[in-house]
Design a protein around this ligand. Structure first.
Ligand SMILES: C[S@@+](CC[C@H](N)C(=O)[O-])C[C@H]1O[C@@H](n2cnc3c(N)ncnc32)[C@H](O)[C@@H]1O
Length: 236
């Protein structure tokens, strides 16, 4: 299993510099379309240093933040005592009771797990009937290691097959930990295979700001995600 402990300081700095801020904002917006989060029980799976869980708890939700990295959780505990921080593997969630949450969110974690279907199945188990799961990953087409940004802002995609990859270089987070690249169809089909009723998927286009004068083509979506629901009554 990928362990962020070695890179905890680095990841905390990334969050401080606003790294996943847009993903967090977007996930909260999507959740707000479904429910008033105040008073709801919400689990943040792969919560990292805790920013998203902290924001949800500031909105009045009763939040549990789950992550496999003890070190990132120690930062999360420093952020707030209002969230229940738990060290657990998202693929098993052995300490989490069935049907204990109204909603589950997950920001940029599923690319780190070898078995995303297991995470979908466990999430289904811990959600109450009618509960929602909203998740987001880096966009597998436009923001993957196999997608090269050209000078004019266009992209060349060299590969799309599911695979585990590590970046070149030494000592960086992705050269050491690697990541799992999966096509959109694999995420969506496995999400439904786990039993979720797919409500919508999204490819958010945040504020379009070309990063260089040469970039004449508008930027492409950074992230890909979906929102699905657990059935109110099980299929017979
Ligand atoms: C890219 S970080 C995202 C953190 C946070 N959700 C955010 O948006 O800033 C991925 C996180 O997933 C966690 N993670 C990876 N594999 C996991 C697993 N099997 N179970 C629980 N957490 C895991 C890592 O420890 C890390 O905190």
């Amino acid at each position: 299993m990928i362990n962020y402990d070695l890179f905890a300081e680095q990841y905390v700095a990334t969050v401080k510099h606003g790294g996943p801020r847009k993903a967090h904002r977007y996930l909260i917006e999507q959740l707000n379309l479904e429910m008033n989060v105040a008073g709801k029980t919400i689990c943040d799976l792969g919560c990292g240093q805790g920013e998203l869980a902290y924001q949800l708890s500031s909105l009045g939700a009763v939040v549990t933040g789950i992550d496999a990295s003890q070190k990132l959780l120690s930062y999360a505990r420093g952020l707030t005592g209002q969230v229940n921080w738990v060290c657990e593997d998202a693929m098993t969630l052995s300490s989490v009771p069935d049907e204990s949450f109204d909603a589950v969110v997950s920001s940029l974690m599923l690319m780190d797990v070898p078995d995303h279907l297991a995470v979908f199945k466990q999430t289904m188990r811990i959600l109450r009937p009618g509960g929602v799961f909203v998740w987001m990953v880096m966009h597998p087409c436009f923001h993957s290691p196999f997608c090269g940004l050209q000078d004019d802002g266009s992209r060349i995609v060299s590969q799309y097959a599911p695979q585990f990859w590590k970046s070149e270089g030494q000592g960086t987070l992705r050269s050491v930990l690697g990541s799992y690249h999966r096509p959109i169809s694999q995420y969506v089909n496995d999400f439904m295979k786990a039993g979720f009723i797919l409500d919508r998927f999204f490819e958010p286009h945040y504020e379009i700001k070309p990063s260089s004068a040469a970039q004449r083509i508008p930027d492409m979506p950074n992230h890909f995600g979906a929102l699905g629901r657990k059935r109110e009554t099980p299929l017979i």
